[in-house]
Design a protein around this ligand. Sequence first.
Ligand code: PMV
Length: 327
Amino acid sequence: MKKSTAISPANIAFIKFWGKKDPELNLPFNDTFSMNLSCCLTTTTVEFSPKYKEDSIVVGGKEVSGGKKDRVIKILNLVREKASFNLKARAVSENSFPEGAGIASSASAFSALALAASCAAGLNLSEKELSILARRGSGSACRSIPSGFSEWKAGNSNDSSYAVQIAKPDFWSLADVVVVTNKEEKKVGSTEGHELATTSPYFKARLARLPTKIRKIKKAFFKKDFLTFGSILEEEAIDLHLTAMSSNPPVYYWNGGTIDVIHATQEWRKDGLLGFFSIDAGPNVHLICLGKDSSEVEKRIKQLKSVLFTITNKPCEGTHLVEKHLF
Ligand code: PMV
């Protein structure tokens, strides 16, 4: 059988997935909305063959084992089931950015895996089917399949929960300057964070406000009203972290650098430079700004001692196949 290789971007959620309605199927409680990140990419090559006696998964040159391997095998099994064969696979993956540090490596990883594995198995899945398959590995991965800006409709079953494109990459020239304040793997993964979310006394309040929040941020997005868009974006990031910090036990994803970046963006706004923060399950900050301001944002943020490095992204195409294989 032929090898297949896919490249896929991570994505930043403007409205976020926090807490699972169905942990096995990765069904969220609410709809979410995101942008693909052009410079946070995973490349994955998959081959199914009788020459493999068992599944082997290599990420960044290291053989993967334990829970991480099981998650990959779950997707390989779903593919084998659809393709009606039982061949073992080799999957090799490389990331262009630090893994497990809140830059959604699971989103780029599982979307790349969904496309590479299904093609390697000879399946020709639609964008909807790929989004559903990627979601089974990691919820947020379903949003990396379409190009540009995606909306993931929560749905209430396996077949009704997937992401669709709501705008092409060139619809709005936004940039996401990812500010890395720690590149180590985080101590509490998002899987555990999702499990704890509903223990927060604020979880229900968050859910109740979400439909209005989504409607407002989408309206601001389509009107390209950056001020309104940015303020809702920040409110949403804080809502997620308030939920995490007030769950039982609490989860604190931030470090001192996270706070330094938040303070810096508030200072710049006083002299007219607009950058709004978003923070996923980690200490790194995504500074969302207009494309024309990204070099200035980058220049200023690098002056903070707590900043290790930055990765500047623009909206980009979704998961796609490439010819160059990793093995
Ligand atoms: O897809 P998961 O299970 O890694 O969860 C993603 C959680 C957040 O990144 C914090 C939010 C989101 O919607 O991407």
